[in-house]
Design a protein around this ligand. Sequence first.
Ligand SMILES: [Zn+2]
Length: 430
Amino acid sequence: MKYFMPYWEDWVHRDFDPIKDTYGKGGFKNSLFAHEIFNPPPYDGILVSLGVFKLKLRLIRENGRPTIRGYKNIKKYLKLPSSFPLLGDCGAFTYVSSKEPQIEIFEAVEIYSKLGFDYGISVDHICSEVITVEKEDVDKFDFTDAKPARGGRVKLTLSEWELEWRRELSLKNAKEFLKESLGAPFTPVGAAQGYSVETYVDSVKELVKMGYRYVAVGGLVPRSTDFISSLLEELYREVDLSEVKVHLLGVLREELLPKMASFGVYSFDSASYFRKAWLKAKENYLGVDGNWYASIRIPDSSNPRLSKRLKGNYENLKETEERILKNLRKYDRGSLREVGALVEDIISYDKLFYRGEFKEDKYAELYLKLLKSKIWKECSCPICRELGIDVVIFRGSNRNKRRGFHNTYLFHTSLKEHVKSESEFGMNYI
Ligand SMILES: [Zn+2]
């Protein structure tokens, strides 16, 4: 089972210095990707949503050719070896609230072909039960409920008719996409959408009938684990998975991994281990012992966004911050032992940046657990080796994203071991 990392312009600065807390200029020229840090890469492939070109990165046309920051080939841009699998999708979540997909079929085929994708997913439309639209667009949809939403917009609950219309449109597009991509340099992947287990299974079957040998199941992100589990069981029963590769888009549910592996799911993608590094309150650093640890928040007082939170003028703020960082590194080296006083110092500094309630007891306990474990010292990955204790410090995207890369690496390593033992023992989870 292959794990794909969704690409969302997540790179770090190559010359970042954690001690001086600096990095050089040069923007993208100074970029470093996770697959340049780890050898082999901490994923088996990369998924690039064409939505990234709308929201994060401009696709510029040079003599009619799409280019990314001057690169004509996306693997060159990503500094990937040419054999590394690259899957593209249309970014259906970016237009989920529109009546129709916002990308033409020929356009998707052209971008996948010219930028050098290995696989390209057909142009689909998510059967999302609830969408939020502008007032003037309400009449375009068939819905069962409408409620006022923020900014004068309207939250619609789509009717089954509308959901089925989206599903059939996705199938119709897939048929045309397959025709358009005949002779193209990438392998077409059919997008299966649905709004019930039955409709999803039917979409997969239809795509196989059309001739697809690789199918991506979309729109599953908001679905419950039970729903995805039933869908897997039905797919296993109804579709010959040795004939067609199945990719689950954006789905990583730990409890389902054994089932996915034993049912022969070919691939999936998710950035959840990566993003947890800074999005979760308590689970930011995955230890080699399999437990999650909170990372230690040391807000950067020179960051204008963070210093805005300070209520008054604090004397010696910079000195306190520097003392804490120094003491953390001393603790890492073993030349400071008084961990209780260090945690108190950290908490009283961090507290200055919060307007609302600050759960200091909770964080004190979490920080003590992390510091006493010194768990980062047990990881032999290049990031933990290079950063030392800075990998567990929550501060700036260079540390936070590197911590996310470490989490991804541990996830990928355990997935590989797991999948290997599954196939060795031939376990069956039905
Ligand atoms: Zn590590």
